[in-house]
Ligand binder design. Structure first.
Ligand code: TPP
Length: 650
């Protein structure tokens, strides 16, 4: 096997040229085999196999610097940079990450996962190297959806002024997660088409010359032909726009033509200055049916079945992935939080024509696909442009709309300033709905939504909520759409009890007492309320009586209820799936310090002050002690410590 001989990037250079196509086949087989078992970003990685091999063939990594935008297309790069042996552990706890990770390899210059960052990083590296007098090449590989994100455009704008040696490779597959959207993506498709127009233009120019030679009628006809030629020139112009930005634009090249890629990259390597190389690829290339349904390949689930085109032997049969033990026991009425949101928002929009929905390039992940089909005129996919999406939602409220802006918790970080200024400061009734609030599982560090409670809690006037289950999510969406001010709802990437139980309407800043006890109060935020209930049952068995509260709101906090809990219990413990620094527990601590007398100790359970790597959500919750047994153990330990302190004081 050729791949086995590739321990480092430079080994790709040593291979005989005729082995490269087979190397590509082996890479595709390995990726397919692994993703079928572990899940992962199949389509994006399959689409850059030839491009990645060519890059490693031509450049000297890690002396030269490679930045893969977002990083979800990094599997071929990992296989060529010493991670073949560990590749079967992709995205598994303790295994290699599904994204570039600087702790994993010297070939990964940054730990990434958010889109639109590669050009800025590559430009910075390039200028940093120049200042240090180092002669290295910097390369950014960016997808056609990520290149039109705000940060990429800012970086292009900034890069164009620099007289430095940077190569940006635009990997254009016409796909984001689903089709790329927006006016700039239309510009790109015009560039793509320009090859066709180039020959048409040539024909028109010839015709112009001919007509000009015809006496008398020549003038009018000539003008008509000239206008047509002008029109065609405008169609070709987008390639020029990039030149005008200060880049030398090279395109369009077939990204699957291995020899062509090696040749063109060789040429790029010796060209000084800012260069933009436009390559066309097919998302999922090599997988049968990839062109019909690239979306199915973007994020493949364990157990998905695909067949490779390269030869019959490449067929990877459906693997039986054992269902996790907990999942096997799940009662049938479990449903994803995202599904509940998807259904609720459609129902709400049916009853209220003011309801609009916004996504930043993720109609499926956020559960807005159904809404987009049912209410296309009220649905806005702004592309990977979270900051614009949030401000745009606020603008819609000025037009009397009730917008729901659905963005994963981690990606809302891109729109933080807009939540502050365009939304909260204006008191505009935007409902932010954050999926993946908490541990995002195998996508890892960049995708966990651990900071939203802390960063949103700092902003005056915003109501922060998290539902305990499906019924409460429905009620919170209804509340948010009627509340006179900004709101944010966060829920995890997880299943919950399906809606169905009767629930009185949500009241601003009111929590819910789930069970009364007299020794310890467990206060859960969101689905951690369920964990609190289970922990209370375990504590009861250990002789500790617990009150259990579902906080519902992290802001405003339910003051009267918290006051009572602090007065009537020895210990009040908060439980949240988020960072402890400034999170829900901090809110209770701040509240407690403002009280005149507090008898209870406060203990905050949540995610400690570090970045959490990948693993399944269940594995990570276990590791962080955010399970019923973890909570029970922490409480018993705390009670013992407090008792020891009291005994010592006597
Ligand atoms: C800031 C941010 N928003 C959203 C996402 C989710 N996301 C991951 S990949 C992707 C599409 C990327 O498309 P493109 O850049 O064209 O690369 P392709 O997958 O087509 O190769 C999106 C929206 C993200 N990673 N980062």
């Amino acid at each position: 096997m050729i791949l086995e001989q590739i321990g480092r990037s430079s080994d790709v250079k040593r291979l005989p040229r005729e082995q490269l196509p087979e190397l590509c086949n082996e890479i595709r087989r390995k990726i397919l085999e692994t993703v079928t078992k572990n899940g992962g970003h199949l389509g994006s990685s399959m689409g850059v196999v030839e491009l990645t091999v060519a890059l490693h063939r031509v450049y000297d990594f890690p002396t030269d610097r490679l930045f893969l935008d977002t990083g979800h297309q990094c599997y071929p790069h990992k296989l060529l940079t010493g991670r073949f042996e560990q590749f079967h552990t992709l995205r598994q706890k303790g295994g290699i990450s599904g994204f570039p990770n600087k702790d994993e390899s010297e070939y990964d210059l940054m730990t990434s996962g958010h889109a639109g960052t590669a050009i800025s990083m590559a430009l910075g590296a390039c200028l940093g190297d120049a200042l240090a007098g180092e002669k290295r090449k910097s390369i950014a590989v960016v997808g056609d959806a990520s290149v039109v994100s705000g940060m990429s455009l800012e970086a292009l704008n900034s890069a164009g002024h620099q007289d430095r040696d940077l190569l940006i490779i635009l990997n254009d597959n016409e796909q984001s997660i689903g089709r790329t959207v927006g006016a700039l993506s239309r510009v790109l498709s015009k560039v793509r088409m320009s090859k066709l127009y180039a020959s048409a233009r040539h024909a028109v120019e010839k015709l112009e010359e001919l007509v000009a030679k015809i006496p008398r009628i020549g003038g009018r006809v000539e003008k008509g032909v000239h206008d047509l030629a002008e029109h065609l020139r405008h169609v070709i112009a987008p390639g020029k726009i990039l030149n005008e930005l200060g880049f030398r634009y090279f395109g369009v090249f077939d990204g699957h033509d291995l020899d062509g890629m090696v040749e063109v990259l060789d040429a790029m390597r010796s060209q000084p200055g800012m260069k933009l190389l436009h390559v066309l690829t097919v998302k999922g290339k090599g997988v049968k049916g990839c062109e019909e349904d690239p979306l199915a390949l973007h994020g493949a689930k364990p157990g998905d079945s695909f067949t490779l085109e390269c030869d019959a032997a490449c067929k990877v049969d459906k693997v039986d992935v054992p269902a996790p033990a907990a999942a096997a026991k799940k009662p049938a009425a479990k449903v994803e939080f995202a599904r509940v949101f998807a259904d609720t928002i459609v129902r709400e929009a049916e009853g209220d024509p003011r309801v609009c929905a916004i996504t930043a390039g993720m109609p499926d992940g956020t559960g807005l696909r159904g809404f987009s089909e049912r209410f296309p005129e009220r649905f806005f996919n702004v592309g990977i442009a979270e900051q614009h999406g949030v401000a745009f939602a606020s603008g819609l409220t000025i037009g009397g709309r009730r917008p729901v802006c659905a963005i994963y918790s981690t990606f809302l970080q891109r729109g933080y300033d807009q939540v502050f200024q365009e939304v909260a400061l204006q008191r505009n009734p935007v409902a932010l709905v954050m999926s993946h609030g908490g541990l995002a599982g195998d996508d890892g560090q960049t995708h966990h939504g651990l900071f939203d409670i802390a960063f949103l809690r700092a902003i005056p006037g915003i109501a922060l909520m998290s539902p305990r289950d499906g019924a409460e999510l429905e009620a919170m969406v209804r509340f948010a759409l009627r509340h006179d001010g900004p709101t944010a709802i966060r829920y995890p990437k997880a299943a919950t009890t399906a809606p169905g139980r009767a629930l009185p309407p949500i009241e601003l800043g009111r929590g819910e007492v789930l069970q009364e006890g007299d020794e310890v109060a467990l206060v859960g935020y969101g689905p951690m309320s369920e964990t609190a209930l289970e922990a209370a049952a375990l504590l009861q068995a250990a002789g500790v009586s617990c009150t259990v509260v579902n906080a519902r709101f992290a802001r405003p906090l339910d003051g009267p209820l918290m006051k009572r809990l602090l007065a009537e219990h020895r210990l009040v413990a908060t439980i949240e799936e988020g960072t402890l620094q400034g999170g829900f527990g901090s809110a209770l601590l701040e509240f407690a310090t403002a009280q005149e007398t507090v008898h209870a100790r406060v203990r905050c359970l949540g995610v400690p002050d570090r970045f959490v790597v990948h693993g399944t959500r269940a594995e990570l919750l276990q590791e962080l002690g955010l399970t019923a047994t973890g909570v029970r153990d922490a409480i018993l330990e705390q009670l013992r410590e407090t008792a020891d302190v009291r005994t010592a004081a006597r």
